[in-house]
Design a protein around this ligand. Structure first.
Ligand code: HEC
Length: 120
C-alpha cells in the first residue's frame, strides 16, 4: 500500500515537472504550425533572400536560429525585426528594404518567428 502511494506521488511530481518545462519554454509550449509559417514566408517573399540551410543574399534561417539559441529575448527581437520596414545590407553589397510579412495577426507572425528559431 505504501509503495503504491509513493509511486503515485512520484508520478505526480513527474507530471508537474514536465508541465512546468512546457510552461517555461515558449518554443515547447507553442507547437509550430509549419504550413502556416511556410505560407506566410512565401507570401512575404522571404525566400527571395533567405533559404533554410544555405546563405543567399541573407543569412540562412538555420544561421539566424543558431545566433539566437538560448537567448531569452530571441522571440521579441525577431518579432520587432519583422514588424516594420528597415534597410538591410545584403550579401554581395548594397542596401535593400526588409519588408514585414503580411501576417494575419500577432499570433501568425509569432508562429513564423518560432518556425525560424526552431531551424537551428
Ligand atoms: C531583400 C532581401 C531580403 C528579404 C526579401 C527578406 N530578408 Fe530577412 N534579412 C535579409 C538580410 C540581408 C538580413 C541580415 C540583416 C542583418 O542581420 O542586419 C536579414 C535578416 C533577417 C532576420 C534576422 C534578424 C536579426 O535580428 O537577426 C530574420 C528573422 C529575417 N530576416 C526574416 C525574414 C522574413 C520572415 C522575411 C519575409 C517576410 C525576410 N526576412 C525577407 C534580407 C532579406
Amino acid at each position: 500500500m505504501r509503495s503504491i502511494l509513493n509511486f503515485g506521488i512520484a508520478l505526480n511530481k513527474l507530471i508537474i515537472a514536465s508541465a512546468l518545462a512546457f510552461a517555461l519554454n515558449p518554443a515547447l509550449a507553442q507547437a509550430v504550425n509549419e504550413d502556416a509559417a511556410m505560407e506566410l514566408a512565401k507570401a512575404g517573399k522571404c525566400f527571395r533572400c533567405h533559404s533554410v540551410e544555405k546563405a543567399k543574399k541573407a543569412p540562412s534561417y538555420k544561421r539566424i536560429a543558431e545566433r539566437y539559441k538560448g537567448k531569452a529575448d530571441a522571440e521579441a527581437k525577431l518579432v520587432q525585426h519583422l514588424s516594420g520596414t528597415r534597410s538591410v545590407k545584403v550579401e554581395g553589397g548594397g542596401d535593400e528594404e526588409h519588408d514585414p510579412p503580411p501576417a494575419k495577426d500577432a499570433a501568425d507572425l509569432k508562429n513564423l518567428v518560432h518556425w525560424i528559431l526552431s531551424r537551428g
